[in-house]
Design a protein around this ligand. Sequence first.
Ligand code: G4P
Length: 528
Amino acid sequence: MTEADNLLVLDQAMRRRTIAVISHPDAGKSTLTEAMLLHAHRISEAGAVNGKPGRRGTVSDWMAMEQERGISISSAVVQFEHRGTIINVVDTPGHADFSEDTYRVLSAVDSAIMLIDAAKGLEEQTMKLFAVCAMRGIPLITLINKWDRPGLSALNLLDEIETRTGLLPTPMVWPVGAAGEFRGLLTSGIDQVTTYQHTVGGSTIAQETPIRPEDATQALGQDYATAVEEDALLAATGRTHDTALFLAGQSTPVFFGSAVRNIGVRTLLDALVSYAPPAAARVMTDARARPVNTDFSGYVFKVQSGMDTAHHDRVAYVRVCSGQFQRGMILTHAQTGRPFVTKYAQHVVGRERHTLDTAWPGDVVGLVNASSLRPGDTLYAGEPAEYPPLPRFRPEHFSYAQPADTSKHKQFRRGLEQLNGEGVIQVLISPNVGAHRPLLAAVGPMQFEVVAARMQAEFHTDVTLEPTRFTIARDLAPGIAPLLNGLRGVEVTTRPEGGDVALFEDRRSLAAIERAHPELDLAEPAHQ
Ligand code: G4P
């Protein structure tokens, strides 16, 4: 690399913010994404992204099932620019159910926005996603949304964040007026208020008017005085932004707004530019960190097939970790040592695709027809690189599967092999039952529906699923399986790719075996 190339990559990496929005369904993630695109002038009117039924257009949905239910099963990537900074929003599936995909997507981001509905506070899925972010040390910016309608008090919401997540909430703006009586946003510590004049339906950017502190009392009365008082109280108790604490995942800057009215969205985007971490050196399997300004490297965080059923295609999403990606480059696939030609690189947003010619650290590249790539695989140029495998999450739902029509056994096997490779579902074989009736293991039950829909659409095979009573899985160290065989309340299975997995009905049956055989290490493994 020449010195000039080196500086160019560094500069591009510094300009990247790769984020996810974590929230409970209906908190307003799609609306916020749309509002951000509107601010970035990527769309001229809101209403183009959301995949909910009955809404205009769809960018982020692709599957019939997804459209029917208005949920986003697949993750798309939305890229836009704000104040000279490129923001990549990697979409996490937004339904109440969970899949491994949800978690994997979070491995590809450098920070996240925790979006909270002002009327509901921290909801279940937000907490689950928060736990994954906390585990991976992903810094979080909080946006309390829907301030245009009645909700909890701002102080109570902060209190809830602090007690339930352990993060120190540091307000960057403070609302003037309670939820539902929104009058403006006070910039914390400055006492200046911004008022907003939103347009009908929030379809265009709300006009902002700054009000100086000396004019605010007259304009906003008691609401202003209350906001100033509360803001001062929070500052006096140490709840002020500290970049080091935020980057260490110990505090969260808090914003208020209304995505549907485009209020507070610009402030949030400014914060991403100013505070969110840029793409930085990533740690490899050998514990060395690969700087961003070196040869290209990236890893696959998600593989998706069937987006275009007519072509049976398969897209591998690669997060660029270092160097410049150029379409046509010949890379090395770290897992096999084989060359990988990147002729068909695309920027994929749902069904929309654009050929992508170049990408930088922090960006996401969609490699089409990448049948040899699996989630977690590394691609590199020049100096070898290999990133650690993606964490596998413990499945909690298990069903036996077989083809409804036994003559379709070959397609059935091929289909499951593919879905297992993609990580859509984990396939386990019970020696007692046989490979013709494998066990499917999922983190969330909706994964079974996705399997059934994809087996039908892509492999023309109807699958019959029979739920089991197992709820706990433990990966077994080599040599342990024979010791468990034949014990009551446990089923020993194997993965087609190697490795043994023991299944238990419940904690009691697991505990009973642990008591009877303390020599077997069946402790819950820590998440990576
Ligand atoms: P999601 O992707 O997180 O599931 O949420 P989505 O953006 O689809 O928003 C869920 C609902 O919340 C939508 O209403 C949306 O309009 C509304 N919403 C989002 N942000 C705000 C906000 O700041 N204030 C208010 N008052 N509502 C907001 P819906 O009834 O499901 O759809 P629609 O009838 O509005 O299209």
